[in-house]
Design a binder for this molecule. Structure first.
Ligand code: SF4
Length: 96
């Protein structure tokens, strides 16, 4: 044990280490005309803030998605699309 305390790392700093190879075709699509079954709490639950609430509508962006699958699991709308990005696209995690 060195006795030197390491400085805590903020989650925002860890996320900025990732590399995103964004596919032009969204891998997530939620219907704008009927968002039944898509919980507004996604604005709080999504770990990278992909969801925002504007009035009664839930807006989203897929570019910074961590592909955790949480929004797919908690949503119950058959018109919601959730797939992984094409092979090799999407988030590339960096752990150093
Ligand atoms: S899969 Fe995870 S990171 Fe991506 S938008 Fe859904 S909740 Fe957010």
């Amino acid at each position: 044990m060195s006795g030197v305390m390491e400085k805590p790392i903020k989650i925002e700093d860890l996320l900025q280490r990732n590399v995103y190879d964004v596919d032009e075709e969204p891998h997530i699509a939620i219907p704008m005309d009927d968002q039944t079954g898509i919980p507004k709490e996604l604005t709080l639950l999504c770990p990278c803030g992909c969801y925002t609430s504007v009035g009664e509508k839930l807006l989203y962006s897929y570019e910074g998605c961590l592909e955790c699958g949480l929004c797919r699991v908690v949503s119950n709308n058959p018109r919601m699309k959730w797939t992984y990005p094409k092979s090799g696209r999407g988030v590339h995690y960096r752990f150093t």
